[in-house]
Write a protein that binds this ligand. Structure first.
Ligand code: GDP
Length: 294
């Protein structure tokens, strides 16, 4: 992840830093290479355009050109703008209510079920008492998968069955969570291979029933700009509260991570770094920017 982008940007930055003086031409030329590197990493072209324009405006400010270390100033500006692109501050979960409800949404195969169990483990480490709730009644294997994951982690799983309606599952599970003293419930909803209206209607009905504090859109980082487009559709319909980017341990180029906040306005809250329950990390924009910039 980010390896190619990191290599490309390092080359550009070395050139910048190696120059004692910078003029408008050097800066334009260097930023052209930054632009190409971002486009090759599959970052949304509008995002790239605005990013480069912001960086250029700041770099051409008199202070940078006149400073003793203009190259380092340019690198610092790119770093700061990159943090902004990745979301600025670390975005925490907002968990209130008894129980707090977290609804996981996204396409089939994006990693919803795996991420639900990873989040249960994460929340338990933070001293919450989670309940896992399978609400994908269309794939019997999905209920089984979450039940097995819950058993492995020793986290209670609501006993959903395929003949139940997902809205009823959500409301009955909430009652069950209260009875069992679970203060947060993770609702693993159904996905489809493509966005479809029936799915969106169902998700909207679940949202209306249990008013989740968090609706996390789970996206496979390997799908690049498709993940961003799908995120925008889910957000338009459901007003999601954040994004989880999965499969960041793979060789995704980074385009989804660098575009999704800017396009949807919603922060990346977690990243999936593998298939195991412990492979979930809170997303820190400043650390991610430092990794990209080497
Ligand atoms: P769902 O259909 O959205 O519930 O997706 P699943 O949770 O079943 O995940 C689909 C596949 O992606 C499974 O094989 C998971 O093990 C895998 N997966 C999920 N998250 C990650 C991740 O962060 N890294 C890797 N390498 N694989 C993941």
């Amino acid at each position: 992840m980010f390896d190619n982008l990191q290599d490309r940007l390092n080359t550009v930055f070395k050139k910048f830093k190696g120059q004692g003086r910078l003029d408008e031409n050097n800066i334009q030329e260097g930023l052209r290479e930054v632009r190409l590197a971002l486009l090759e990493a599959d970052v949304n072209f509008k995002v790239v355009k605005e990013f480069i324009s912001r960086v250029k405006d700041r770099c051409l400010g008199q202070d940078v050109l006149k400073s003793l270390t203009p190259g380092q100033q340019v690198v610092k500006i790119v770093h700061e703008e990159m943090i902004g692109l990745l979301g600025g501050e670390t975005a925490d979960l907002e968990l209130r209510g008894n129980p707090a409800v977290i609804m996981m949404v996204g396409l089939q195969g994006s990693g919803k079920t795996t991420t639900s169990s990873k989040l249960a483990l994460h929340l338990r480490r933070l001293k919450f008492k989670p309940l896992l709730v399978p609400a994908d009644v269309y794939r019997p294997a999905a209920i089984e998968q979450l039940t097995t994951l819950g058993k492995q982690l020793d986290v209670p799983v609501f006993a959903s069955s395929t003949d139940m309606n997902p809205v009823d599952i959500a409301s009955q599970a909430r009652e069950y969570a209260r009875e069992q003293g679970c203060n947060v419930m993770l609702l693993d909803t159904a996905g489809r291979l493509h966005i479809d209206e029936t799915l969106m209607d169902e998700l909207a009905a679940i949202k209306a029933e249990v008013s989740p504090q968090e609706i996390l859109f789970v996206a496979d980082a390997m799908t690049g700009q498709d993940a961003v487009t799908v995120a925008a559709s889910f957000d338009e319909r459901l007003d999601v509260s954040g994004v989880v980017l999965t499969k960041m341990d793979g060789d995704a180029r980074g385009g989804a991570a660098l575009s999704i906040k800017h396009v949807t306005g919603k922060p990346i809250k977690f990243v999936g770094m593998g298939e195991k329950a412990s492979d979930l990390e809170v997303f820190h924009p400043d650390r991610a920017a430092s990794r990209i910039l080497g």
